[in-house]
Design a protein around this ligand. Sequence first.
Ligand code: NDP
Length: 299
Amino acid sequence: MSLVIDGKASAARLRAYIAGQVKQLPSNPGLAVVLVGADPASEVYVRNKEKAVEEVGMASFPHHLPATTSEADLLKLIDELNNNSNVHGILVQLPLPGSIDAQKVLERISPAKDVDGFHPVNAGKLAVGQDGLVPCTPMGCMILLKETLGDLKGLHAVVVGRSNIVGKPIAQLLLQADCTVTITHSKTKDLASVCRSADIIIAAIGKPEFIKGDWIKKGATVIDVGINRIERDGKTKLVGDVDYAAAAQSAKAITPVPGGVGPMTIACLLSNTLKACKISWDKTDEEIKRIQQLAGIKK
Ligand code: NDP
């Protein structure tokens, strides 16, 4: 049987570290979470994020708007949050109602406050290896992989899924960690064979238990990003994109669903908010020094 990668425990360690860092800052980092409409899954995610923000001592700026909110009004709110110096991170919970252009909204968020890492500026920085805000779920996957395997150099990583929020950014991070990376998607031929050659499998598809046990090479590490709600034996259950019980027979290590990647996503959101806040403080500090110099004020 394989090692169960405990995302809950890793996330708790990261949150404790962040809480310690927050105490040392001159003022609290602030995160604004914007929810439009009443999608039940989104409401749960947003509630968990806001709770986590408060638990590490950050300030929460919740904005829960009706589904009838216009794109213009949402963009106006983003502008206000961009200009609010107490808000260091802005997260717009997806999906947005169909009447709103989600890409337009995400691009309106200042890249410096884009704690989800979805703005093209941050996606571009990740692609060229510059420091920016990295999407939370991929960052969480990398932390779990490094904690489990240490050095990832030379390992063959197969990423199943090529979305902008999971598949593509995790592939960039794996490449930065010197893995040999194969990105697969719905048009990939013979996905089972490609998966069988993987030392690391990242499953981010959105289809319950799609990756079968006999697709996993003996000794591989499996990171299951998928969250799927299914009915089994008359009960509602959360399962991943990997057939966990079968995959655990071959894998060296595997993340469970729930309790694997999910908690890391929220912890990494807090980490990005802390980073955005520290950068803004450094900038304020630089700005104060510049003004002092201009005004001839010596420290
Ligand atoms: P998307 O729907 O945006 O992307 C799914 C990807 O899977 C696409 O690239 C698609 O390929 C690929 N795909 C679909 N069917 C197949 C197939 N038969 N074979 C191979 N690839 C296939 O999903 P997301 O990336 O947003 O999310 C993926 C999963 O991760 C979902 O279950 C989601 O709930 C979960 N998730 C979990 C998070 C967490 O915190 N744990 C955070 C974010 C997401 P193509 O591009 O060709 O269509």
